[in-house]
Design a protein around this ligand. Sequence first.
Ligand code: 3HC
Length: 728
Amino acid sequence: MGSSSTPGGRIAMEVGDDGVALMTIHNPPVNSLSFDVFRSLKENYEEALGRDDVKAIVITGAKGNFCGGFDVTAIEGSQGGTMEKEQRPGYMAVEVITDIFEAARKPSVAAIDGLAMGGGLETAMACHARISTPTAQLGLPELTLGLIPGLGGTQRLPRLVGLSKALGMMLTSEVVQGDEACSWGLVDAIVSPDDLVNTARRWALDILDRRRPWVASLYKNDKIEPLGEATEILKFARAQAQKQAPHLQHPLVCIDVIEEGIVSGPRAGLFKEAEAFQELLYSDTSKSLVHIFFAQSGTSKVPGITDVGLVPRRVNKIAILGGGLLGSGIATTLILGGYQVILKEVDDKSLETGIDRVRANLQSHVHEGKMSQEKFEKTVSLLKGVLNYENFKDVDMVIEAVIENVSLKQQIFSDLENYCPPHCILASNTSTIDLNLIGNRTISQDRIVGAHFFCPAHVLPLLEIVHTKQTPPQVIVDLLDIGKNIGKTPVVVGNCPGFAVNRMFFPYTQASIFLVERGTDLYEIDGAITKFGMPMGPFRLADLVGFHVAIATSMQFVQNFPERTYNSMLIPLLQEDKREGETTRKGFYLYDEKCKASPDPELSKYIEKSRCINGVTIDPKLMKLAEKDIVEMIFFPMVNEACRILAEGIAVNASDLDAAAVMGVGFPPYRGGIMFWADSLGSKYIYSKLEEWSKIYGEFFKPCAYLAERAAKGTPLSSPKEEATPQL
Ligand SMILES: C[C@H](O)CC(=O)SCCNC(=O)CCNC(=O)[C@H](O)C(C)(C)COP(=O)(O)OP(=O)(O)OC[C@H]1O[C@@H](n2cnc3c(N)ncnc32)[C@H](O)[C@@H]1OP(=O)(O)O
């Protein structure tokens, strides 16, 4: 048995009596391919190839995971410095994976269970066959990190599954399950986890004995489309990539690299892949996306809460109050996560509408082919509609999702206290209202928590978990667990008006209205913000969510932070004329029957009137703002608010705000989140701009003390606070 043990993971090699060397990747939690693992794999391979008692090789992963891909920590580390030759994926892909593993005179088989992602799948594709469990997850998600597959994936995947499917998998980072992968030809056979390694051993010996084909994927040609057809497919893929991600270069680079392999041969493709990977590794896009990867997984590590040994309590049954858009979305996501859900409404009609919404949400999964009818029925059976609190006596958690009305919520929480068992968590889905206010008619402050989902809750991935000073860590740990089970990224924040996400977002919307009243063209603002990478501009978004929602949420900000509120009558004036946004087909835009938005020449009339009421005049400088200036005048107030949120300890880590901005408000992930982006510009620069604008335009732009201090010291906004005063 040969094995090298290093802190960065290792390969354990065991040679059986059958002459098969079993190499097992050990690098918890996901057996990522660290430099140590890769070095160990190479060494063991070389040993196995040189040993007379080894006839064939099987590679597998320990504890139910083949390999979660190249070690992202190592990628992040490399982005800050240079890489030695042995650490470069290009070297690994050509000189090791291709010239040693794939070219070996002893056959190798990958035995895949659990994850086979990125570099893990690429290594498996260089084996001479792949055996997998039906539920194994195979994918090349490198593009989500601003990279391309760098261990030969761009060349081998198209040769195994054909160009169209390979492009689909790489460009969308789609993960396919073992059984589907088998039907595509990516995997050669499906077996149960118990039979996995033995089947792979036999398969490897069968290859040796020529009872099974000895396939070097890199030189396979039968699945690749003929050149003319391939060119058309690539052309279409380029157009799609440009349409879907106009700001990103790396999807196009990926297509170019694939094309090189098809046109000039796979070895030329490998070289081009190596060169392109190395270049992308140092791109701002990749650095930002790698940062977001860690920001996202870091949100569930909360000092003083997740590191004190608490174990999540078992939650079986959850009640939801309110079957509106949000409530039904929350119900959908919970039943999809396997929870029993009670949906309470006030009358039969509202209940029926709520349940119909849940069914429709699930049905769309069926239509998209992502859910079988059988699974649909099983999932729906977890939902029960009720009109009273009788069924609440054994619920483990309640999520209130009624309209943003303080006294209604207060009444509900005082009712809940009477009907729910003492252990039941009482959560509110409020997006802005202070939780202490909501719970002030109860004596249950110690089990009240915010569970703020974003609409549509079954689609958007963020869950803001809001705690008050009385919320015990156990309740937060329970909610983090629920969040994980339903596939959400949870961000734990302290209690304040608007919490973290909406609080950051208010100044963004207000700055946009400020600019319009001073003469900047509204549609140019939306254009500049979309070009920056937001899914839509602030005015198009206001139309989408509707002015009622926009006003209800902004009220909390107006009341609590009057000194930095920009007051405008623009939205109320539009409302007066029954312009509510998309629902009334008129808002800042006009909408046709297909909800296609077009600018409205009439709008200037309302802007003029609100300008008049507010007593402001057009500022010629602001009328002709460059796109960069529009972006800065809208996002810097958001950065300023994010700094206050950190200073007050509402959020503990700047990276939590990065993840929240990306997942909650659509901040472009390839800019790394709000604070990461701000730091790329520098605290000094942002401070100086805000200071300049506050002198001209007033308090709204005034930089906060945290920002001023960071700017004075020249330190990044995201570096940890010296005297931390977290609210957690
Ligand atoms: C040259 C090559 O072509 C380049 C590459 O291979 S690039 C890497 C490609 N691989 C990836 O992108 C996979 C990244 N990982 C993931 O998508 C998900 O983590 C996963 C699907 C593997 C697992 O998801 P899930 O079960 O929800 O667990 P998740 O919480 O995300 O991860 C568990 C832990 O493993 C870590 N992890 C996961 N994949 C990792 C990786 N490839 N490298 C390092 N750490 C990794 C996570 O950071 C997390 O750490 P933590 O517990 O300290 O926070």
